[in-house]
Design a protein around this ligand. Sequence first.
Ligand SMILES: [Zn+2]
Length: 1016
Amino acid sequence: MHDDRALVEARLKRVLAERIRPAVYPESVPLAVSIWTAPDEPVPVAEGLAAPRVPVASGDAWGAPWGTSWITVEGTVPEAWAGRTVEALIDLGFDANMPGFQCEGLVYRPDGSPVKGLNPQNQWVRIAAPAVGGERVLLHVEAASNPVVLDYHPFVPTELGDKATAGDTPQYRLGPIELAVFDETVWQLVMDLEVLGELMAELPPDGPRRWDLLRAVERALDAVDLQDVNATAAAARAELADVLASPAAPSAHRIGAIGHAHIDSAWLWPLRETVRKVARTTANMTALLEDEPEFLYAMSQAQQFAWIKEHRPEVYARVKKAVADGRFVPTGGMWVESDTNMPSSEAMARQFVHGKRFFLEEFGIENEEVWLPDTFGFTGGLPQIIRNAGSKWLLTQKISWSQVNTFPHHTFLWEGIDGTRIFTHFPPVDTYNCSMKGSEIAHAVRNFKDKGAARHSLAPTGWGDGGGGTTREMVAKAARLHDLEGSATVRWERPAEFFAQAEAEYPNPPVWVGELYLELHRATLTSQARTKQGNRRSENLLREAELWCATAALRTGHPYPYERLDRIWRTVLLHQFHDILPGSSIAWVHREAEATYAGLAAELEELIGAAQRALAGEASGGRELVFNAAPHGRSAVPAGGAAVAPAGVGGCTVGAREGGGFVLDNGRLRVVVDGDGLVVSAVDAASGREAVAPGARANLLQLHPDFPNMWDAWDVDQFYRNTVTDLTAADEVAVQADGPDEVAVRVARSFGSSTVVQVLRLRAGGARLDIDTEVDWHETEKFLKAAFPLDLHAERYAAETQFGHQFRPTHTNTSWEAAKFEACNHRFVHLAEPGFGVALVTASTYGHDVTRAVRPADGGTTTTVRFSLLRAPRFPDPCTDQGVHRFRHALVPGAGIADAVREGYAIGLPERRVTGTAREVRPLVEVDADAIVVSAVKLADDGSGDLVVRVYESGGGRARGRLATSFPLASAVRCDLLERPWDGARCEAVADGDGVRLALRPFELATLRLTPAGRA
Ligand SMILES: [Zn+2]
């Protein structure tokens, strides 16, 4: 037989596009349209409904960037349509090729009740089935003219990303707005032909099924009268019935589909718009759940549920009902789909605490699956946090975006730094916006790496980010793919059902140990430095506020600010969303984030101040007390307590260096700064070892061009290193402080359009060289690094992460290591050879790189650590990081891991001085083992007055110790992160009067609920 595939396939394409799809709506009449544009920000629904309208017509321009317009459509169902299915079609000016990222609407009835959302691929509103002739139609649309920031001119700088700079040029033109007859038979024919046509294209040309489908499609097209599609659609469908009824092979891959809309909590739109995006999409999905009995929908991010609850209570009522019916599935158990690289130990824990608590309180549901499809990499600390939150499964697909290496598994056990293993699934469909296309289903089958051992994967299905979620077309396609020869089978499945079955089917999955590093978006560790700094400052202040408020509550009866702390935590957690903390949002988002963080800092300072004053007593006639919120004692002030300010120990000197520069010494460290203000020597007195590599200079600022191929705020491409300028010229190198307790040298430089002032400081008795940097940054598309070439030979280095540290190689033997050319640390990077180590600690810099070189002169190894200080990408925020920034870093020669941990905490938690009559504030708890670090001290969330203390083993070894309480202890219970008694803990907490004995595995975290005696 002749091969006529191309002919039939081209015929199918043209007839579908030009005759069959247009026949879905065979008759239409225009609706009358009128509009009112809100003067500024969105207005309440009642105000929008009541505002006076002016007439407007299809083709008219509307919608300044970020504006809100209320559009009314009205008309009458023609008498001739009685008994037929009638829909309103409302085209706000959509580009259907871009489902999301543009204008959107939410449709209301005249009484203000929401109907559904309007999105590029979801423009219909069902009016009646069957219709009554003469029926009045009146609907109102709250339309948001969000500008297209990304798709048309990807990564070209634009002023559209902030209302303040976006201008007022209308962004859209109204498309057709009409009332139409919906011919369901033709629509079903479209679905049949799309499913079979798409499946056909994926089948092997030498197999019989492909030809069966081709001939059936041909017969169906023959049956269509091109002049009267509506009358012949049923006959065409009949020709397809047999091939659609032929069942899938018993060995077919099984796809669990779950309705989904990945809605970024802020990104190319501000937070306030996400509130409305969620409402529109959710209105669509609750409506679709009513229309389609098999369909299931999952939504993550407790924050998004909380927004609907607060802002769109009518939509929330529909959500609550659908959740109660088991069809709208809250998933993920986190407050938002956060970044996981940068949040601190506590913040990562609280993402689960607040997410799970919300879902439990609102719906009585506890998720065991973690849902992070789009997060930019996953730390080795995360598995233990997931387990301690009471969860056991993880879903992401983001690692499929890696530039270089293909991840070897789709279903596997992921092992974290402490040995916790989490059953993890990467959907092989490689998207969280599956649309049930044949090519997607076939890709999932081919791509699935675990064939032979497993045959089940998950497909999150629906348009996100303003695309409106799952469409009725996707549901129709899923129904046809339920059991279809040649295809994977598809059925709607809740994430937890999928995981339970996938786990049961795959008893011995492969294991991946350590972080899930995303080989892309590496610059998200650096972009928008002020957002990152605000996050870190908030995390530190929350630690202090909880500690001092809990101490004051137990000691003085000072009221514990439960609700304020909860609210502040939730705001911090929201801003850890995977496009805010990573710095990949528009200018509006980051401008607001900076202001929000400033407000949180002021509020937390107030809470801390009030608690400390309650503890210190009457200020008048008092003396200065030093409060220490760090988990280690310092300057004779105990960890978590306060003591009278100790006298200085002195011993600091600074003198001129021969040939220019200065020598700073405090007895522990001797640092030489040359005439260019660079560190040419840093000697640890205890070991006598030099930290700086011979012939090299440390704290060297280096400037690279930084213009990635795409994703400007997200990406730094490896070629950036090919060009570098060392900023060695100094405008000034001078002594800034010269006292017995502190010596400092000030170095000023200028480069390009920018200036930088650094102060290098030694303090009496201190183990570190502090480096304070103030940059007035006015570069574009540049990357600023601070380099520390160290005389160290090390195969690997440690970088702090949540509840411990993870190791990375210093070499690039394989493509996997070479791809990690920019990586994340929390407060320290530590390198060591036996007997000597060096730590670099940082207050708020997350990005860094580590490289090694062998010196020709002496054969020694120079290992260089570089902190990534600033970038200046121009998309999506054209002014990213312009202006003044302040950083604090430190070099700690002679440091072991314990020193790195201690100095990392110390640099972010400076002592506070408060005047009062108290002689001391005894810590509530003290731990007698150096490696066991207190991560949080707080009152229990349940308001019982119990004290909750979280500790972890910080060195990577085993630790035994005793946590002593300074109050009589009635009981101690080992808990999960939600402060519930936890039998999953492998070690017991044993109370012994006024303390608890602890034995912890490497990096193990333990949450203890301590009930004071007399209150139990
Ligand atoms: Zn996302």
